[in-house]
Design a protein around this ligand. Structure first.
Ligand code: AMP
Ligand code: GLY
Length: 408
């Protein structure tokens, strides 16, 4: 099969790498660090299957346009992608499907939003309704910071139209878990769970980011927990979507929090997680292309076996630019990438990477994700950090505690 992966980040590099075990792969547009990258619009590419990576083209209807042109596509249409495009709508669907989630209110009016904040105790959570590149969420115990977020979101100053409606949520606490469910419109299968590290700094200090590292498997996530999630959240959500006429074929990414009163769904995304994909997919031992094509066809049960994973572990560490996530510095030459990739059990996935005179340079905030694999989390972690230690550019930053405590 010839597969076209749409996107240009570390997640798409990992998708292409793993699909490439069994299939021919092109990545559109990809980047100079991803083999098989072609700078052409997907509509001009000849492929048997299209796999759309990022949320923005999904929300924008790329899957619909490709399907209308007769292509087989893994990724929801604009109707289903609204789960990520509007947090207010996602919460509506969660409530309708009876999924356990944080209590919330949706607001476009400042006075009503501030009054709702006063009903919360302790931890304030303010989110933009629309897409904000993973940066539109403030979680704080400081009421003044929450009030500032409400004002800057609603005024449009912080995130333009994406923030003119916002969601305020009950603050939950506990370890988080990401489960990627492959959906065919009616049913779904779960991939191996992963845990992401969202905050910028060691010890979960600093601002929320798109994710600074991840590991898989997660001891906390037993198969019973995952089966329960599929029965109590994913399948009811697919049914709620179907009741609205939405045929959801793609990834439903469930972001969970293990609260003292049990797991609750924090959010859905409509795509593979980044950097979770960089630890989940390298552990897959079955054919990813067959699985995604079966889901895209609407017939997981008839066309693909259950996905299988190795018994080992994978740990990924994100290498980011100076000043990520606020104003990443770019244009610096990247050293040591070939040496890092040559380490046994290591794969380096390129994200914010460009080419200048034949030399790879930084072009974004998250530049590389460095995955180590091994028989245990600690060995996978050792390999990932060994590889990170040979990579450098001015101002490169990374967390040193990814998967240091795999029971957290
Ligand atoms: P989201 O984009 O909704 O996943 O939020 C990004 C991150 O903010 C999550 O991964 C959590 O770390 C944190 N977060 C979101 N919602 C809540 C909540 N209700 N309580 C506590 N933390 C939250
Ligand atoms: N790692 C979080 C996300 O992909 O949204």
């Amino acid at each position: 099969m010839r597969v076209c992966v749409v996107g240009s980040g570390g997640r798409e590099h990992a998708l292409a790498h793993v699909l490439g075990h069994h299939h021919d792969v092109v990545v559109a547009p990809g980047n100079p660090g991803i083999p098989g990258s072609v700078d052409m619009p997907p509509s001009e590419i000849d492929a048997d299957l299209f796999v759309i990576g990022p949320e923005a083209p999904l929300v924008d209807g790329l899957a619909d346009r490709l399907r209308a042109a007769g292509q087989l596509v893994f990724g929801p249409g604009a109707d289903g992608a609204r789960l990520e495009g509007s947090k207010a709508w996602m919460k509506e669907v969660l409530v309708e499907a009876g999924v356990s989630t944080a209590a919330h209110g949706t607001f476009s009016d400042e006075a009503a939003a501030l009054a709702f904040l006063d009903t919360m105790d302790g931890l304030f959570v303010v989110k933009t309704d629309g897409l904000a590149a993973g940066k539109g969420v403030v979680v704080t115990t400081d009421r003044a910071e929450a009030v500032d977020a409400v004002r800057s979101y609603l005024s449009g100053d912080a995130f333009g139209d994406a923030g003119r409606t916002l969601v305020i949520e009950e603050g939950l606490t506990g370890p988080e878990l990401s489960v990627l469910a492959i959906c065919d419109g009616h049913d779904a299968v779960a991939l191996a769970p992963a845990q992401d590290f969202k905050r910028l700094g060691d010890g979960d200090a600093g601002p929320n980011t798109g994710g600074m590292g991840a590991y898989s498997p997660v001891p906390l996530a037993t198969s019973a927990t995952v089966n329960d999630l599929m029965d109590t959240a994913v399948r009811p959500t697919l049914a709620a979507l179907r009741a609205r006429g939405i045929d959801y074929r793609g990834v439903l990414y469930c972001g969970l929090m293990y609260t003292p009163t049990g797991p609750r769904v924090l959010e859905y995304n409509v795509r593979f997680g980044d950097p979770e994909t960089q630890v989940v997919l390298p552990r897959l031992t079955s054919d990813l292309g067959v699985l995604l094509a079966a889901a895209a066809t609407g017939d997981l049960a008839g066309r693909a076996d259950q996905p299988t994973f190795d018994d080992g572990a994978a740990v990924t560490v994100v290498c980011a630019s100076e000043n990520y996530p606020t104003a990443p510095r770019t244009g610096d030459p990247i050293q040591g990438l070939a040496d890092a990739s040559a380490i046994d059990g290591v794969s380096v996935f390129a994200a914010g990477v460009g080419d200048r005179d034949g030399c790879l340079v930084t072009t974004g905030g998250r530049v590389l994700t460095v995955t180590g694999q091994g028989p245990t989390v600690s060995e996978a972690r050792r390999r990932a950090y060994e590889a990170v230690s040979v990579i450098s550019w001015p101002g490169m930053q990374y967390r040193t505690d990814i998967a240091a405590d795999p029971t957290r």
